[in-house]
Design a protein around this ligand. Sequence first.
Ligand code: PFF
Length: 454
Amino acid sequence: MQKNERVSFGSKLGAILAAAGSAVGLGNIWRFPFEAGNHGGAAFILIYLACVLILGMPIMIAEFTVGRHSKASTGKAFGILAPGTQWKLIGYLGVLAGLLILGYYSVVAGWTLEYILASLNNGFAGQGPEDFVASFQEFSQDPLRPIIWLLAFLFFTHYIVVKGVKDGIEKSSKIMMPVLFILIVVLAICSVTLPNAGKGLEFLLKPDFSKLNADVFLGAMGQAFFSLSLGMGCLSTYASYFGPDTKMGKTALSVGAIDTMVAILAGFIIFPAAFSVGIQPDAGPSLIFITLPNVFQQAFGGVPFLAALFSLMFYVLLALAALTSTISLHEVVTAFLHEKFGWKRNRAAILVTAFCVVTGVLSSLSLGAWDAKFFNLSFFDLLDFVTAKLMLPLGGLLVCLFVGWYLKKSVSRDELTNYGREKAPYFSVYMFILKYIAPIAIALIFINELGILS
Ligand code: PFF
């Protein structure tokens, strides 16, 4: 390798798994079920799938194009591809979104550590559904405990980002992703065989279109961007490490398929279990933390060792899945500060971590001790709303416009075909979606939500 050549992932599979590692995280297993639960279940899921296919896939390929062609992180990529223009603002918007997400995301990531400890202490043994609800509330509203876990999680992320993540991200993703997947399948099977699971399956599979409103569309679109790590240049930063042989279309499809499968399987774990033990599917952010311990108890409660083992494995893998995502969020911001201001990575990373400690602590407190409301939302929910439902779709819209209208078509074609070495028969459909369908769809969902059309 020449000295000045940018580092790249070691293999095509490594590239897919690293991108999937960023995509698969709390968004699939924690956020997807509670958003689906809040928005009525199956109808939300159908719209979500449409968003993944029509918006997610083309925008992911567009982000890959920006990243691999510029060979730079998102904060710099647009400046390289469109020098002297304002397109660089897309990169800045993404960096800001990443910074804001990392704060509240780490709060939930920290919760997984508490549940790892509880599994180790066999702390779920002999408890019933109400106990899990009560103990989660008590824990999440505690002014101190969640904050300690949040700090632990942020420092761990910080450490890995500073150490340099190329090897770490790729290698750990290759082992963790398959194990997580197998465990999720096993748990889904356990969950659907619980007594009364049928109602949960109905909620998951039988759409009730009378529940559709502007909120459901905005929710599904936001979830698609959040879950696929799109709209903030995370995957374009990863794509800057892709080798010349990585196939853009195939990689995007694989990442999209893995991410969607994990989310749907998480639904098959959570909803049958929730209905089985009488927990409302719209319990919000607490949903997986109160339903899952129930699954472990009901499925393996007769053998406490197995219940503890499965819950331990699950929360460890969930924490690791969250970690691959927090690393990717942190990396986008750190790389930006490093490249833009020429700061050492170490210094840049300290600043990012310090900022997230502040927003993370405030988010955590806003679930209990600090009851201030912003537009009727807690600080935690405000950060989630502003990033997932506004900033990411807006970032996605701008990427569509950039690649669809500004970037030379030949650049897109070259990147998609690996300079003519691969076929990309879908190229014209892809360009059409980027130019017209996706921007119009995103704009309509925004306008509809703001109530301008109604
Ligand atoms: N996609 C991650 C998840 O589903 O948990 C969250 C995330 C990571 C969002 C990276 C955005 C991002 F850039």
